[in-house]
Design a protein around this ligand. Structure first.
Ligand SMILES: [Zn+2]
Length: 259
């Protein structure tokens, strides 16, 4: 592994997604011969992702991407938030998984995996909608044969309940220094929004500047695991900062200091 390693992740891949925006992404990724991790929703029922007519060739398309070197992850089950729990690491009180019983989560994950496998898509990588998961999610994933999640605020990979938690420390593109492991997250369907259009340029800049440091998932995760106790503290401190300090600092900056 090099000093600097970057994983590119695309979320919210489903048969009714915005294909034209995602094509913009794949064209750019092709240009730089980069293979991202893509999060496929097994049975999407999220109305925000009902953008195009259902593409009946969706699963063939996914297999084509896989053949090209893309890594497929399971991204939730139906992408519908049905609890008001925030889970282990995120700030918002909405989740598809956190707060549900182990059995309920196990059933969702098992069913999602079965749907993927019915289309010949096999994966041991998962990430939850809105980064929202709890210990029961990890236990259920482990029982269903998953090996990785792309989530968590540790700095190095740690193992919880047999699942390797590959940190994903920002919701978009992280600030990249000259060494370290980073995951950059993109939602192509959001690029049509004026407040999110810049994310396409961020992808382009990332590819231009760092194409040699961008790794396929299987290579990216071949990095030393961190010390659990230390990494657990890093994650807990980060979660505390994001939940209780960051918003107060930003309030002071905007409303008191008027910066
Ligand atoms: Zn999502």
């Amino acid at each position: 592994m090099n000093k600097l390693n970057i994983l590119i992740r695309f979320d919210d891949i489903c048969p009714t997604m915005d294909y034209s925006q995602f094509k913009k992404a794949t064209d750019l990724l092709d240009k730089y011969n980069v293979h991202p991790l893509i999060g496929v929703i097994p049975e999407c029922q999220d109305e925000e992702l009902l953008i195009e007519e259902y593409h009946s060739d969706f699963w063939n398309y996914i297999k084509e991407l896989e053949k090209k070197g893309y890594k497929i992850a399971m991204h939730g089950f139906n992408h519908v938030y049905d609890t008001k729990t925030r889970g282990n690491i995120n700030c918002g009180f909405k989740s598809e998984f956190a707060g549900h019983s182990f059995i309920k989560q196990y059933e969702k994950i098992k069913k999602g995996k079965e749907i993927l496998e019915s289309h010949n898509v096999y994966t041991d990588v998962f990430f939850a909608p809105s980064h929202s998961y709890d210990d029961n999610t990890l236990r259920a994933l482990s029982k269903c044969g998953f090996k990785y999640i792309s989530d968590g605020y540790s700095k190095k990979i740690i193992r919880r309940y047999g699942i390797k938690c590959v940190p994903c420390r920002t919701t978009g593109v992280p600030k990249i220094k000259n060494k370290g492991n980073y995951t950059a997250v993109f939602h192509a369907h959001e690029w049509v929004r004026s407040d999110k259009a810049h994310a396409y340029n961020e992808l382009e800049n990332l590819l231009k500047k760092y194409s040699n440091s961008i790794k396929d998932f299987d290579i990216f995760v071949d990095q030393p695991q961190g010390n659990y106790a230390i990494q657990n503290i890093i994650e807990k401190v980060t979660v505390f900062y994001l939940r209780y300090i960051k918003s107060k600092l930003s309030y002071v900056k905007h409303n008191v200091l008027k910066l």
